[in-house]
Each structure stands twice: as C-alpha cells, then as structure tokens.
Design a protein around this ligand. Sequence first.
Ligand SMILES: Nc1ncnc2c1ncn2[C@@H]1O[C@H](COP(=O)(O)OP(=O)(O)OP(=O)(O)O)[C@@H](O)[C@H]1O
Ligand SMILES: CC(=O)N[C@H]1[C@@H]2OC[C@@H](O2)[C@@H](O)[C@@H]1O[C@H](C)C(=O)O
Length: 394
Amino acid sequence: MKVVGLMSGTSADGVDAALVSIVRRGGTPRITPLAFASLPYPRSLQQRIVELSLHGCVDDICHLNTYLGELFAKAALRVIQQSKCRPADIDLIGSHGQTIHHLPKGRREPGVGLVRSTLQIGEPAVIAERTGITTVANFRPRDMAAGGEGAPLVPYAHAVAFGHARRGRLVVNIGGIGNVTYLPPGGGVADLRAFDTGPGNMVLDAIVHESSKGQSAYDAGGRRARKGTVNRALLTKLMAHPFLTRCPPKSTGREEFGAPFVRNLLATQRQARLTVEDLLATCAAWTAEAIGSSRRWVTGEIHDVIVGGGGVYNRAIMASLRQVFEPTPVLTFDECGWSSKAFEATAFALLAYDTYHGQCTNVPQATGAHHPVLLGAVVPGSPHMLTKWARLAR
Ligand SMILES: Nc1ncnc2c1ncn2[C@@H]1O[C@H](COP(=O)(O)OP(=O)(O)OP(=O)(O)O)[C@@H](O)[C@H]1O
Ligand SMILES: CC(=O)N[C@H]1[C@@H]2OC[C@@H](O2)[C@@H](O)[C@@H]1O[C@H](C)C(=O)O
C-alpha cells in the first residue's frame, strides 16, 4: 500500500507529510520511504496554537479544527505531488492532527468515575474531501477509552524500525516533549518499555520566544545554549520535578511544561542573576539528564542510543546526551537509515496501515491501557474506497 502520514507535534511548527510504501512480510511491516514534505505554519499561527492549547475559547478551537484540516490536506497533496504520484494512487492517509490539550491523569465525574481526555484537531473530513483518500485520524482516544494515557504511540514504529537481534537500543525522540522507547535485544513489541521523559524543545523554545519578545522561535543549532554555563543548583532543582520522578506509564505536554512553567523559570533566572544563555544551557542539560534518568526504569543493557526529533539539531542537547550516556554510542535516526524529521509522520502512516489491516498498535505496557486496541477513526475518501474497506472487513 502507498500511505501518507501527517503529523504536527507539540512544537506546533507545521505539518510534516511522509509518503511511504508498506508491505507485510512474515507478520512484520516493511516500510520504504518515497517522499517527504513540510508545510510550516505561519509564525502567528504557531503562537495562536500555543495560546489556544492552554486557554483557548471554543470559537477558536472550532475554527482552527477546520482550518488545520485544510493545511493538513495541503501537506498531503504536496508530498503526493512531489513523488509524482496522483491522489488516486494513494491507498490511505494517517493523520495525527495537532494536539491542543492532553489530560492523561483524568478527572473524576459522578456516575462515570475517571475521565481521561486528549484533543487533536485538524478535521479528517476535510482531508478526505480535499484528497479523496480514506483518512484515519484521532488515534489517541481509543487507547484512553481502554484505560491508557493515549501516548506515547510511536513506540510500535520504533520497534519496527530499530529493533535489533543482538543489541539493546534506547530510541529517543526529542520533540517539544522528550520520550524514550527501550528495545531489548531480540525482543518484540511485547517486550519494549516506553514513556515520556518530560522536557524537550518546548521549554527551550518558550525561553527563546519570551526573551526575544517573539522575534525568535528557537535556538538555532543550540548556539545560545552553548554560550551559557549550566547552573548546577538550578539543574538539581529541575531534576526533582514531580513528572521526572513519577513511575511509568506516563505522558505529558504543554499543560506541565508550557508557558506558565517557563515564566516561573525566567523569574528564577532573573533572581539568580543568570543570563538567558545560562538558562538555555541548564535546560538543554536538563532535557538530556531527564532522558538519562529514564534508565532507572529500563532493566536490560543499552548498546546504542538512537536519537530523532528536532532536538538532534541542538548541539547543546546532543553534547549533554553524549556525556550522560558515555561510553554508549549516541547515534541519530539519520545515521541508522531513518530521517529524524520524517519519522513521526512515517509512524502515523504505519499506524493507519495497521488499523486498516485490523492490527492493534497501542502498546499497553507503554500507555497503561488494559488491552490492545485498534487505533483511530476512519473517514472514507471516495465511495470506491469505502467498498474496498468493507471487502477487507469481510
Ligand atoms: N536547526 C535547529 N536547531 C535547533 N533546534 C531545532 C532546529 N530545528 C528544529 N529544532 C527544534 O526542534 C523543534 C521541533 O522538533 P520536532 O518537530 O521533533 O517536534 P514535535 O514533533 O513538534 O514535538 P513532539 O515530538 O513533542 O510532538 C523546534 O521547535 C526546535 O526547537
Ligand atoms: C499527547 C501528545 O501529543 N503527545 C506527544 C508529545 O510529543 C512527544 C511525546 O509527547 C509523545 O508522548 C507524543 O507524541 C508521539 C508522537 C507519540 O505518541 O509517540
């Protein structure tokens, strides 16, 4: 099958679109990347999403759900055009959407008990209408309905791409939030361990945004962090953050590490007379040490650390990670044959493919779900595609 995966992560910097071909051999899917395209959000839109994620009003959420659906459709059409295919050549789209709120711990409601919720927007009906391609979206809520946190979901794809017969591997994603997947040597999906580690680029981006009065979005190359000095006292305090010490399964987001958290950090920085560069250096080291401290929940040996996500371009984070894991080699996804930028979009193409084939892809020990479930809600593309799906279901 030819499948497009669409993803906009917690950094909210734009839509990534990966076109892949997937075949299943001996029970294991094999993925061949065909094309990749990005559709960056305008800066003002990124800021609207960031603000909406913490205190949006229903009017904005309603509007942005459809507007983002249009942008996700454009990204899909862009990657299809780039590959010289036509939409009619594509079998399926898997769209993660844009997370705007995530409440994995849930709240109690009378007569129902604990209600967990998560909200990804980017209307799949718009994607299916503009492209004519059957679209699977809303992957997280089914895992939550089964008692899980709805995240992380990419560990299944980590196992498919990076599992190794003789090497234990810690796969690390440094997006807005950091997350890890431990793959024991020769182990399958049932043996992996995965959870969010906490801070990632989200904290660094917010420091840069606030301190530049909105002029810069991120610390390119980690250059400013590399000019600063890590403040050990602050780093020790940050390592005691309750999310870092909480036992997995665990997942997090802007609710815990977004603007209010960063405003407090900036106040601490001013009181302690640190420079913004010192704060960036300290938070880059914090991201790396939080990932390193995840080893307390990993029982097997780690032969390789393999890192993807935008954090691989931040040399301050990568230098800290190498120190934390010394002497274990720290490689990037790209060095292992997978694009750091395209991996999450590729993962959602794979999740859609598996849902189409009736395969459950949540990893219960990673999300905390009571059992494996089929992920996603399906919007049929054309009547012809719906018939194809129904035939398969029979
Ligand atoms: N050249 C660069 N130098 C430094 N940092 C960079 C560079 N390019 C990207 N980044 C960082 O990577 C971030 C985006 O990373 P990525 O796309 O992996 O996050 P995401 O997928 O939105 O997040 P998540 O995985 O948490 O959902 C940017 O916001 C920025 O902080
Ligand atoms: C709710 C949500 O969008 N969570 C993201 C976020 O970004 C990284 C980390 O936190 C991870 O748990 C998850 O994304 C990836 C794609 C996942 O589900 O594996």
